[in-house]
Design a protein around this ligand. Sequence first.
Ligand code: PLP
Length: 373
Amino acid sequence: MIPFLDLQKINAQYADELKQAASEVIDSGWYLMGEKTKGFEKNLASYIGSSNAIGVGNGLDALRLILKGYIELGFMKAGDEILVPANTYIASLLAITDNKLKPVLVEPNLSNYNLDIDLLEKHLTDKTRAIMVVHLYGQVCWNESLVALAKKYNLKIIEDNAQAIGAEYNGIKTGALGDAAGFSFYPGKNLGALGDAGAVTTDDDKLAEVIRALGNYGSRKKYVNEYQGLNSRLDEIQAAFLDIKLKYLDQENQYRRQIASRYLNEIKNPQVILPFPSNTSFKFDDNEEHVWHLFVIRHPKRDQLQEYLAKNGIQTLIHYPIAPNKQRAYKHLNYLDFPITNTIHQEVLSLPMSAVLTVKDVEKVVKVINGFE
Ligand SMILES: *Cc1c(COP(=O)(O)O)cnc(C)c1O
């Protein structure tokens, strides 16, 4: 059986270092807002190339806190609109609606499944305050016209970087491209904690300071509360684990690129739509715009293919089976129809992908997919 993702095996690679770090934290008697968190924040900021990194409880909170911070700073208020891709994990929307802001959904494109930047302008109103780009599946969503549009209309660009840590656009890392970025260190992400964890990066020192207070009950000084904040802080033990795993992130992402390269070159089933089908001259294995959080193919008979793979011992997942605007949680958005988003949701399938997938596993996946009719 080839599992979709073997978390035990991933962390076993670093077990000695992780156990050592855990004992240090246990023995220190200090579990929150201490040296481990400070150290990881410093290393994360330097890795991303941004002036500030703030550890928070999880990726959803990272995004919630960015928007809350902009509200406290007077840049946006309840009822304002945030552009966001229709095809994303629901957390991107939850962060928006939790702040009483309005998500304005924009269709993705079929060449990379990211937000179609060309469609943004027609969705603008006098209430639009920000664009939340999601670097979906680990692939950068960015171009010069996005930057120009944001500048022209004085919009913030918020990156949902939960899936793309380590990816770069023209040598700049995601998380340092926009005005602020939210990271998730959910165990299955490319940089995974051993529990929930997240972070915000930004070059905006004022925003950073407000977010740090907001994640700590709205307080900068103990028992003095400036804002109605949350409790969303990074645990010392998770920070210690993440600091260790951060050292190996580039190497793991590079290995993911090698797997992607093999899938792309060797999957020959004519019914399978591979990522970037149109751009075959690209050197996928060192394409730094992609960190292959997920390797997502499309197939017109997706459910049958998934069943066939399962019968042959290959576990796959669907990211995602139901679009946010079709969820009961967003009943008032259910009437909206996004044909491209629908196609994606009906046809996508995520193949096994991780830093511990073996060459033999990859060969088996390729062989089984090529045998599906
Ligand atoms: C994982 C994820 C999140 C949420 O992160 P959590 O740490 O699970 O709260 C947000 N957006 C996207 C695109 C994600 O993949």
